[in-house]
Design a binder for this molecule. Structure first.
Ligand SMILES: [Zn+2]
Length: 233
């Protein structure tokens, strides 16, 4: 076989493997780690959000209790004043004030009940949110370590592949290599490709009969008929 052709085929295999591993190392694995981190973050945020709501419910409950206590105190004072009043008008005014306070106390007690019920309902959610957050964190930490290990291995493999590539490229005729590199850059990493079913396996264009005959009968490297000049063997 044409020596350059044989080396270009090896070079193309190496380039394909380098591209595949580089994509894993630089894009896919970091993206997976980020996705796991985001899932953990979201679970942690849900728990934090829950706790913030619980704190705010507890605060609201204390406010309602304080207001109710103040109203009860007010009623007590009104009752003491009743013993000292001189006129009916004054008496009725104090009674009216006490009634208003009592109505307010009932309202406050209803609100306290609502707040307590809301807190009780949420309290059962917390355990589930806490569990989910811890699980996501453990999953993130574990899988991050695994992926980082895989990335370190990929980096080593890539270094070896690049060394192999350098060894192969010095053996290819400079003119042939230059065309391969140019076509590879223009055609998404494909510098050389076989003929399959009378077509270029990369761009799928049908090879004209005359060219097809040359490809089958000689060991020369030809360029694919597509405009950008796909390399074809
Ligand atoms: Zn082509």
């Amino acid at each position: 076989m044409n020596a350059d052709l044989e080396r270009l085929i090896r070079l193309q295999r190496l380039d394909g493997e380098i591209a595949r591993k580089s994509a894993l190392l630089e894009t896919e694995l970091p993206r997976e780690i980020e996705k796991l981190r985001a899932a953990f973050q979201s679970a942690a945020d849900a728990l934090k959000n829950h706790d913030t709501q619980m704190t705010s419910l507890a605060k609201r409950r204390r406010e309602l209790e304080m207001e109710a206590d103040a109203a009860r105190e007010g009623i007590k004072k009104s009752k003491q004043k009743l013993n000292e009043v001189k006129t009916n008008v004054e008496y009725r005014a104090i009674l009216k004030e006490s009634e208003t306070q009592e109505t307010r106390i009932r309202e406050l007690e209803d609100q306290q009940l609502e707040v307590m019920e809301a807190a009780e309902t949420r309290a059962t959610d917390r355990a589930a949110l806490d569990k989910a957050s811890k699980e996501e964190e453990a999953r993130y930490q574990k899988e991050k370590v695994e992926r980082e290990k895989a990335m370190a291995q990929l980096k080593e493999a890539l270094d070896a592949l690049k060394k192999d590539r350098a060894t192969v490229t010095v053996e290819v005729s400079p003119g042939v290599l230059a065309i391969y590199e140019k076509v590879s850059r223009q055609r998404n990493g494909v510098g050389i490709t076989p003929v399959a079913d009378r077509s270029c396996a990369a761009c799928h264009q049908l090879i004209p009969p005359q060219l097809y005959y040359q490809i089958r009968t000689t060991e020369e490297i030809h360029q694919s008929p597509d405009a950008a000049g796909q390399g074809t063997l």
